[in-house]
Design a protein around this ligand. Sequence first.
Ligand SMILES: N[C@@H](CCC(=O)N[C@@H](CS)C(=O)NCC(=O)O)C(=O)O
Length: 228
Amino acid sequence: MTYDLYIGDRLFSSWSLRGWLMFEKFSIPFKTHMIGLYSGQMARDMAPLAPARLVPTIRTPDGTVVGECLAIAETLAERHPDAGLWPKDESARATARWLCAEMATGFGALREACPMQLKYVHQGFEPSAAVLTDLERIETLWAHARAVSGSQHDWLFGNYCLADVFYAPVAARIVGYDLPVSAASRAYCDALLRDPAVLKWRAEALKVTYDPFPYALDLPNSPWPDYR
Ligand SMILES: N[C@@H](CCC(=O)N[C@@H](CS)C(=O)NCC(=O)O)C(=O)O
C-alpha cells in the first residue's frame, strides 16, 4: 500500500511541486496521478476526492483524503517521524513551521504578479512595490531561519526540510522573473532549483507543450539557467 498524490500541470502548479517534493525528497513511497488543471476536466477529475478541490491532494494508504499543503506536510511528518521532514532541533522546527505557514498564507502580490512557470526567464519584468515588499519579507525570513539554525549554505535549517519544500516554487518565481534579491538569496534559489528532485520535476514538466502558453507575458525570454 502506498500514498496516492494528485497533482496538476508540473510546469505551472507551484502547490503540486510542493506536494510532490514532500514525498520525493523524503523517500516516502507514492504514486502520482495527474489532474487536468487547464483541460476543463478538473472538477470531474477531483470528484472522487471530494470535498478536496485543489491540487495537491493525497490519499493515505488507509484511504484518508487530505488536501492543503500544510495539512499534507503535517500528516506525512506525523506518519514518518524518522524521514526528517521537520528539523530535529525544537527551535529550528518551530521556525521552519512558521516559515511554511507564512508562505502558505502570504506573499499574495508576488504570487499574483509572477505565476510559477518553469520554462523561461522573463527579461525586463518590473516588479511592483508590493512585489518588492514581499521579496524583502521573504529574504528577512530566510535570514532569520539561518540565524536560528546556523546554516550557512544550501538549506535553511542544515538538512533539507519542509521549509525548503515550501520555498522551492518561490525560488522558481524569483529566477523565472529575474527578480532582484541579494546574492545570498539568489544562491539559495539556485540551490533549490539545482536540486536533482526539482530537475527531475522540470524534465517531466517540459514534456508537455502549451499553445497558447498560460501566463504568457509580452516580454523577451531567455533560457532557464542550466542547472545540470
Ligand atoms: N492552499 C492550497 C493551495 C492549492 C492550490 O491553489 N492549488 C492550485 C494549483 S497550483 C489549484 O488547485 N488550482 C485550481 C483552482 O483554483 O481551481 C494548498 O496549500 O495546497
